[in-house]
Design a protein around this ligand. Structure first.
Ligand code: NIG
Ligand code: FE
Length: 397
């Protein structure tokens, strides 16, 4: 329950209703009750058969639009090369940029739809999608247009929310001229994409966009009406957590190496900590300090970070298992992280993320009546039915 992020101890307090029913009208939740429902003539009934139902899941951080794939890079990393050293020699994000510039908008849409369909089967009803593999104005626009087409498709299986991430890397044309690239984003891209993307994000990292460039960019974005997000303290401790707090960002994400001051500042400023355990796992890095955030009174969201480089996985089941087993989150905190707090990380907690009248009719029906199955059945999908906007959009055997 709630229409804003649940923080601190409240994150683990969820309401479990037994013998419950939900009425949905015009895609929205009209009423929630317990006992025998009294259907009206013309109502369609769906019997959950005693199964557990949660709010639809929110994946608040993905890069699901991209050209090409990078399996060779994964092999290099297994042999000991680091993510940043591959990026510094022109691989990594830049290699996906080359492939994305080549790809047509249709190709991008078709490829992303495949990922959305798989995520829908795992219970996702709202998914964030970032641009950031164009790094020039026209290709960034092509990515945002692809996201818009996915969002507007009739019969769509999930809401798709666009984030502009022009500051994902410094493109090779601007090598050594980071400030000039930031100028280009501020003067040309941000005004051009206003209305196409709700949030503006930046890869705030040593040797990519450092604190001053990130601040300058995000302040300009905020002045144009974008909500703010940051890839913060992912590879080294830089102060991204503190920066997100001082800017009043919606969320700071990754945070594997956040400082204690950063945790405290984010808790005080109400910035959602969006943690991405699949990325830590795939990069063999330490997990983000989820308990520190919760104990400091902050709100934690969980997301997949699906992308072709650092984390080629959109697995919600594995995200849940890693969060519970390695980040020591309780199952209840994990459920909040993937529903209401994910919604808050997108500035949407007043519309989705809980089962209450007025919210969109987004639900996940599990295959059984016990939510502990979510981390217990490690890496396996225990979703039976996904309902988006009052419609059944995925049914698993
Ligand atoms: O969230 N760190 C920057 N961005 C992505 C990775 C993108 C890529 O490697 O293609 C991330 O980890
Ligand atoms: Fe990311």
């Amino acid at each position: 329950r709630g229409d804003s992020a649940r923080r601190g101890r409240q994150q683990g307090e969820i309401t479990l209703l037994r013998d419950a029913w939900v009425a949905v009208e015009g895609g929205k939740i009209a009423a929630v009750g317990q006992g025998q429902p009294v259907p009206e003539a013309g109502d369609t009934l769906l019997d959950a058969g005693g199964r557990l139902m949660t709010p639809g899941l929110v994946d608040a951080h993905t890069h699901l639009i991209f050209g090409g794939f990078r399996p060779d890079e994964f092999g290099w990393r297994l042999r000991g090369e680091s993510y940043m050293s591959i990026m510094e020699r022109g691989g990594g994000i830049q290699s996906t940029v080359n492939a994305t510039r080549e790809a047509s908008e249709d190709e991008l849409v078709e490829k992303a739809q495949w990922f959305i369909d798989r995520m829908s089967e795992m219970g996702v009803t709202t998914v964030e999608a970032k641009s950031g593999y164009g790094l020039d104005s026209d290709t960034e626009l092509k990515m945002l247009n692809a996201i818009e087409r996915l969002a507007c498709k009739t019969g769509q299986r999930a809401e798709v929310v666009a984030t502009f991430l022009g500051a994902h890397a410094v493109p090779r044309e601007y090598a050594g001229r980071t400030g000039e690239y930031v100028d280009l984003i501020i003067n040309e891209m941000l005004p051009r994409f206003k209305g196409k993307a709700k949030c503006c994000d930046v890869f705030c990292e040593k040797n990519v966009f450092e604190l001053e460039d990130s601040r300058r960019l995000l302040e300009a974005a905020a002045a144009m009406g974008y909500s703010l997000k940051l890839h913060a303290d992912e590879i080294v401790t830089l102060g991204g957590g503190e920066l997100s707090a001082s800017l009043g960002a919606l969320s700071a994400d990754h945070l594997l190496h956040v400082s204690d001051e950063g945790v405290k500042a984010m808790a005080e400023a109400g910035v959602v900590a969006t943690l991405l355990p699949l990325t830590a796992f795939a990069l063999k890095e330490p997990y983000a300090p989820a308990r520190k955030f919760i104990e400091a009174g902050a709100a934690v969201a969980l997301a997949t970070d699906l992308n072709p480089g650092s984390c080629f996985s959109g697995s919600i089941p594995l995200t849940i298992a890693l969060a519970c087993i390695y980040m020591k989150m309780t199952v209840e905190e994990t459920i909040t992280a993937l529903t209401l707090n994910g919604a808050a990380a997108l500035g949407m907690a007043d519309r989705i993320g809980s089962i209450e009248p007025g919210k969109r009719g987004d639900f996940v029906m599990l295959g059984c009546d016990n939510y502990n199955v979510l981390p217990y059945y490690v890496g396996m999908n225990c979703v039976k039915t996904t309902i988006f906007d009052g419609r059944i959009v995925a049914e698993n055997p």
